[in-house]
Design a protein around this ligand. Structure first.
Ligand SMILES: *[C@@H]1O[C@H](CO)[C@@H](O)[C@H](O)[C@H]1NC(C)=O
Ligand SMILES: *[C@@H]1O[C@H](CO)[C@@H](O)[C@H](O)[C@H]1NC(C)=O
Ligand SMILES: *[C@@H]1O[C@H](CO)[C@@H](O)[C@H](O)[C@H]1NC(C)=O
Ligand SMILES: *[C@@H]1O[C@H](CO)[C@@H](O)[C@H](O)[C@H]1NC(C)=O
Length: 256
């Protein structure tokens, strides 16, 4: 249980290999999203990111030196309340690390640091039901945002293989049911609790509209706290269920 998993964004499997290749029907579908969308600001709306928020090079140099002087990324913070959201091409992951707080007044008004995500501790959120555990997730190396409040925001763009179940009815226009279950690999819910990013109990499917050739039939998510006989602590997971349907006559997603 000591494996370190890189957290990555999930790509929900939405596509057959080709619209007219009906022979390769399987119950797991690999999806590749090759379009990375740079994200501009947290969707919470409370913190718009402006370039003027970062202070000068000198401010940031002083700040980074101070923050990371005694920081050990191998050590996890206490009481992590992780917020987790799933989109078609990325995850939204945020949490609080009190070690990475500062007073902006002392650093030229800098309220945001953009850092290499390898520099800091990150939670080991894992997709439990990956169709391909070895080749599970494939992410672009991405930066992370650190706010002066100690809030961390990480939105890594990735592609991955997930498990979807296809109903064979009306192929190739059948429904596809995708269930994605995420949780920490090692931490229990007392040390690291999970909740929905922005409180949204759905997958973010704003990139999937009618022009993509799919119709969304349902989109629901829920949190489950599992208890085991051994232990008092809950083990939370977030499960995102989505049902989509090919729209007859529509071309398959072009950019994917
Ligand atoms: C799908 O059909 C189109 C036109 O009918 C054809 O040009 C294309 O090669 C076919 N693709 C595959 C993967 O069979
Ligand atoms: C549909 O999604 C595509 C990207 O997938 C986007 O370019 C387009 O503007 C969207 N259309 C509508 C009507 O939202
Ligand atoms: C998308 O397509 C479905 C079925 O073709 C239709 O019922 C729905 O109104 C469409 N939605 C939008 C936003 O165009
Ligand atoms: C998601 O799907 C699983 C398996 O079908 C089901 O047990 C669970 O209740 C579903 N959750 C939601 C929120 O739809």
């Amino acid at each position: 249980m000591n494996k370190i998993f890189i957290i990555c964004a999930v790509i929900v499997a939405v596509a057959y290999a080709a619209p007219n290749s009906s022979s390769d029907l399987t119950d797991s579908v690999a999806t590749t999203a090759e379009t990375a969308v740079p994200f501009a600001a947290p969707t919470t709306g409370k913190t718009a990111i402006k370039t003027s928020d970062q202070g000068t090079v000198e401010d940031r140099t002083k700040l980074v030196a101070k923050l990371f002087k005694d920081y050990d990324k191998k050590v996890n913070p206490d009481d992590v309340k992780l917020k987790f959201g799933v989109g078609l091409i990325d995850f939204h992951i945020s949490w609080q690390d009190p070690r990475l707080k500062w007073n902006p007044d002392q650093y030229g008004g800098a309220t945001i640091l953009r850092m290499d995500s390898e520099m800091i501790w990150k939670p080991d959120i894992t997709l439990y039901n990956s169709a391909d555990p070895v080749n599970m997730i494939n992410c672009w190396h991405s930066n992370i945002l650190i706010f002066s409040t100690g809030e961390i925001l990480w939105v890594p763009p990735c592609k991955m293989v997930s498990r979807c179940h296809l109903t064979l009815k009306k192929h190739p226009y059948g429904e596809q049911v995708c269930g994605l279950k995420f949780g920490s690999w090692t931490f229990d819910g007392v040390i690291l609790d999970l909740d929905f990013y922005d409180g949204k109990k759905t997958m973010d499917l704003s990139d999937l509209n009618n022009s993509s050739g799919f119709e969304i039939l349902s989109n629901k998510a829920e949190k489950t706290d599992k208890f085991y006989p051994c232990c008092e602590e809950p083990y939370p997971d977030l499960t995102f269920n989505m049902t989509i349907k090919r729209i007859p006559g529509e071309e398959l997603i072009k950019k994917w």
